[in-house]
Write a protein that binds this ligand. Structure first.
Ligand code: AMP
Ligand code: ZN
Length: 112
């Protein structure tokens, strides 16, 4: 989608520090990390948020969680744990209007 920063990352117009990529999703390091590990996982198809995903396309959400599971194993997060965050819309403070799941870990996280 035009003027979407994450679509531009997907098509290579904007560089990113990639962690994982396949035909459906991209995972890359957050440019402004709030923890030692802060990765964003996004679908390559543009959806603004979960609100915009129709029932018949909802498999992508399970697929994103499958990749989160893989990254969490790769990062050895099984014992210490980590956090998955999906900010959805205005009240949650969603800044980038392309659905993304934050993987945050590597330290003890407070609940705001
Ligand atoms: P949210 O507040 O959930 O919309 O989070 C958006 C996240 O995208 C923030 O944590 C930003 O630091 C991150 N971000 C914005 N631009 C970039 C970029 N070019 N590369 C990597 N992360 C980015
Ligand atoms: Zn987009």
């Amino acid at each position: 989608m035009d003027n979407c920063i994450f679509c531009k990352i997907i098509n290579g117009e904007i560089p990113s520090d990639k962690v994982y990529e396949d035909e459906k999703v991209l995972a890359f390091k957050d440019i402004n990390p709030i923890a030692p590990v802060h990765i964003l996982v996004i679908p390559k198809k543009h959806y603004e948020s979960i609100i915009d995903i129709q029932d018949n396309e909802m498999e992508i959400v399970a697929y994103i969680h499958k990749i989160i599971n893989k990254i969490a194993h790769d990062m050895n997060f099984k014992e210490d744990g980590f956090r998955i965050v999906n900010n959805c819309g205005k009240n949650a403070g969603q800044e980038v209007k392309h659905i993304h799941y934050h993987i945050i870990g590597g330290k003890i996280l407070k609940w705001a």
